[in-house]
Design a binder for this molecule. Structure first.
Ligand code: PLP
Length: 380
């Protein structure tokens, strides 16, 4: 957290009675612009709305030139309400029924299908409408496991396998190939290694006009490695230019970044209400529940959100008396934790707790389980 961000958070926590999210717009802009600066054309960058579906967030990234990727009827409607039209929207989901297919077709969105059965259904409904295919290339590459499991390979339920893709080879309705290699990945070479496999598959589909390489761009919450945009620019542009040259037509590059766009621009802020000791640990109870900050609930022991404790004057509390600490929520649910296995100085009621990397998959994952309202989201 930068000093300027800290000052803003402290000022806000004086006026906010309840826990809240705060997003720093400047950072969202900076990261959006990193994607817009990929030196390859044609391209379109579609923010994955599941990472943050707050309409203010979506309006903001629209100003910065991003389009959207959605996976449900509600998010499709929201994207349209905000003003996105036709191929500014990419839609991909699995197990879509006729009604949903019809809505996506009527919206004119770019659709990515997930199985042979889905392709047959689409083809019988709309034989003249082009479509893209999600490729599960995990048989051809060594898939990496990410925090939410596998997205390609035998362990993944998603996409068409190379054998299934082969069955559709040469079909003129297929205009694009899609892959999503995993999430929160900072290894540029792994992306490129997977993309190369998609490029090999283009031989099967002479009518393609785009490749959608999905999202997965990592935010290293531990600060050990960061996503190397410069290396990515060079490699992805090189791959795409070579392909376009070989095919004698311009192939559009599409990407669907989610987490990285606002992840480190957002903070979740709450206040200490009660402190107790258990097994030598300090248990810090706050005026928030993990249903409002749900990543620790959805991925127990797999998420990391740096925690800063500030006293009610806004100064960081002493860092030389660190103790094993847990931050727990204000419900009776036994698993209501916001952070575990962390070191924090002695906490006191009214201290401010700031959780970092809270801009993605946090507010959007709110659940009404336990009966707490969604936390307010503030953009500064
Ligand atoms: C198909 C697809 N594209 C993009 C995203 C966004 O991914 P990330 O937040 O890892 O960039 C997701 C997230 O699940 C996805 O399923």
């Amino acid at each position: 957290m930068k000093p300027r961000q800290q000052n803003t958070i402290v000022a806000l926590s004086k006026s906010e009675k309840n826990s809240f999210y705060v997003y720093f717009k400047e950072r969202i802009k900076e990261v959006s612009e990193m994607f817009m600066a990929i030196p390859y054309y044609p391209k379109s960058i579609h923010f994955a709305m599941m990472a943050n579906s707050n309409p203010d967030f979506i309006r903001l990234i629209r100003q910065f030139g991003l389009k959207v990727f959605v996976n449900s009827a509600l998010h499709l409607e929201l994207a349209q309400e905000i003003g996105y039209q036709k191929d500014e929207i990419v839609f991909a989901a699995s197990a879509m029924n006729d009604d949903l297919m019809t809505s996506v077709k009527d919206a004119g969105a770019t659709l990515i299908l997930d199985s042979l059965g889905q392709f047959k259904r689409w083809n019988s409904l709309f034989p003249d409408q082009k479509v893209g295919l999600r490729c599960n290339i995990g048989d051809s590459v060594k898939a990496k496991e990410s925090i939410a499991g596998y997205f390609i390979g035998q362990e993944s339920r998603l996409g068409l396998t190379p054998d299934e893709l082969q069955q559709l080879a040469g079909h003129g309705q297929i205009e694009g190939l899609h892959v999503y290699v995993g999430t929160n990945i900072t290894d540029v070479d792994y992306f490129i290694y997977c993309y190369e496999e998609i490029i090999r598959l283009t031989q099967l589909f002479p009518s393609i006009s785009y490749l959608d390489f999905g999202g997965g761009f990592g935010l290293d919450e531990t600060g050990e490695s960061i996503f190397d945009f410069e290396a990515y620019y060079k490699k992805v542009s090189g791959l795409m230019s070579k392909l376009s040259n070989q095919l004698g037509k311009e192939i559009k590059l599409m990407l669907e970044p989610g987490r990285i766009i606002g992840g480190d621009a957002g903070f979740f802020v709450c206040k200490v209400v009660d402190v107790k000791k258990r097994n030598g640990k300090q248990l810090i109870g706050v005026n928030a529940s993990s249903v409002q900050f749900p990543r620790p609930l959805l991925y127990p022991d797999k998420t990391f959100h740096p925690v800063t404790l500030l006293n009610n004057n806004g100064r960081e509390t002493k860092i030389n008396d660190q103790q094993d600490s847990i931050i727990y929520g204000c419900s009776t649910y036994s698993r209501d934790f916001l952070a575990k296995n962390i070191q924090l100085p002695k906490a006191r009621p009214d201290d401010i707790v700031v959780l970092g990397y809270a801009g993605s998959y946090s507010a959007s994952a709110y659940t009404s389980f336990l009966g707490f309202p969604p936390a307010k989201e503030i953009f500064v």
